[in-house]
Design a binder for this molecule. Structure first.
Ligand code: FES
Ligand code: FES
Length: 198
């Protein structure tokens, strides 16, 4: 067993793990972070995507089934469960997925959202082509890609309009949640008011 210290969604955890344990299994089985799901276990589907923030402070989207838990030692991890802001206000990407009906069964949604947050942290104004390229590592078996692209575009608009950074450290916030990412419902721009499903 190897002792690791990982900060997940703003909370530090010190645990003994087997060297072969995958990070996704550590998150789910040991820390109870079951919002991060396993769709394939072979690095194909992206359902297990999380954000890892290293010493440079830059969050990076990672498929947590492709990382050993021991590799996360000393790293800050954000899962879908740590994305919401104070008072559980949804992150703009979460809101946009809801408003744009960007999910059907929802199984791919945690990974899609985390991948989208990662994309928007790199490119705050992506074209539809760039959104598709940015999410190409994430599969939706319900094939709801059209609305997913619309949702990411809407999230980008919200975030630019409100000056929201796509991701802020939960550790800095001192609690689960991002201090500046959540928007109260009344602040959502007109463009992301619910539209009828096509
Ligand atoms: S479960 Fe990690 S990529 Fe599918
Ligand atoms: S919504 Fe079902 S897999 Fe994407």
């Amino acid at each position: 067993m190897t002792r690791i210290s990982v900060t997940v969604d703003g909370v530090r955890y010190d645990d003994d793990v087997e060297p072969r344990t995958l990070l996704v299994h550590h998150l789910r089985d040991q820390l109870g972070k079951i919002g991060t799901v396993v769709g394939c276990d072979t690095s194909n589907c992206g359902a297990c995507t999380i954000l890892m923030t290293g010493p440079d402070g830059h969050p990076c989207g990672v498929k947590s089934c492709s990382v050993l838990a021991v590799q996360a030692d000393g790293v800050e991890v954000t899962t879908i469960e740590g994305l919401a802001g104070p008072n559980n206000s949804l992150h703009p990407v979460q809101r946009a997925f809801h408003e744009k009906h960007a999910l059907q069964c929802g199984f791919c949604t945690p990974g899609m959202i985390m991948a989208a947050v990662d994309l928007l942290s790199e490119n705050p104004d992506p074209t539809d082509t760039e959104i598709r390229e940015g999410l190409e590592g994430n599969l939706c078996r319900c094939t709801g890609y059209q609305n997913i692209v619309r949702a990411v575009r809407a999230a980008a608009e919200i975030m630019r309009a409100e000056g929201v950074t796509s991701f802020s450290s939960n550790a800095e916030a001192g609690e689960a949640g991002t201090p500046d990412a959540g928007l109260p419902r009344e602040d959502v721009p007109e463009e992301v008011v619910p539209v009828p499903a096509p």
